[in-house]
Design a protein around this ligand. Sequence first.
Ligand SMILES: C[S@@+](CC[C@H](N)C(=O)[O-])C[C@H]1O[C@@H](n2cnc3c(N)ncnc32)[C@H](O)[C@@H]1O
Length: 321
Amino acid sequence: MTLEKSGLPICQGLSLGELVGRLNMGIPNREIVWIAEKCLGRDDLTWAHLAEEIPTAKQAAEFVETLNRRQSGEPLQYCLGTWQFRSLELCVDPSVLIPRPETELLVDISVATLRECINRYGVCLSADSPGEPERRVRVLDLGTGSGAIALAIAWEFRLTRDLLSVLGVDLSQPAIKVAERNYNFLVEQCPEFGSVVRFLQGSWYDSLGIRDEASFDLIVSNPPYISIQDYLELDPQVRDFEPELALVAGQEGTECLEQVIYGAQRWLKPGGTLACEIGERQGPQVLAMARSVGLERVGIRKDLAGRDRYLVGSRPRSSES
Ligand SMILES: C[S@@+](CC[C@H](N)C(=O)[O-])C[C@H]1O[C@@H](n2cnc3c(N)ncnc32)[C@H](O)[C@@H]1O
């Protein structure tokens, strides 16, 4: 059989290893094994197995096509269609940013904040005594993309039914669809997870209603924070494949952070916390923004490499501020 699309004559009956040999690509072995696992629907392959595995014609076609996509620079995560974020396996496609490891730290900050908040309220809900909806701890994830942050936070509290309510917002309707798909997969695995997370399409706070005012215990966001100039100089693997809407934030790179920070006072509960991922050189600017809108206990946290990457601040408890 000839696979016209790949431009490579491929005979049926060849093993995956033989196909790789004919294609002669510079893709790392580990990635080839992951791609083979995806095409065969397996999770137990090693490099050595490829010599023995004879794919069906359909699997061979998918394998060659996926290797070609990877060879042309498409990120591995899009080629595989899923990627790991904390303990979650999330679907990703070119309509969403690939979740990054540094964003896992933003989830750590969020989870620690929520635990403190739960202790402070003395809310001690269990599966046997679910909370009233209005007593749920409310989280807003702005620019939710694949739903990575919203879902990872909710997953941390999955065993305590009805403790949390998480709302993810994104301007991109295709991104909202990916987030919902990820949520539905998780609900299949863990039915307790149902009715905890909701996704809404809209720009930042615009889709919220009057009843949402002063209602969130935590607003978390990993907004776009790259300036137009830095975007032009980005690694082509990022710039040419990941959505521009997820990356670029005006001339300074702080336009989206500005929107998120300036709106926070109105939508946070008194005492509620804002936590944002930021670019490593944006600390002084975002601190000034957060202070100018009256947030208190404002600070910058570092990532594992010691870079300034997260803004944290709280709405004062007294409503006069
Ligand atoms: C850096 S990505 C973060 C995605 C995801 N939260 C994560 O951490 O992997 C930023 C997200 O903000 C969204 N976005 C851009 N402009 C927006 C706006 N005006 N309102 C809401 N979301 C927006 C993008 O579509 C994108 O999904």
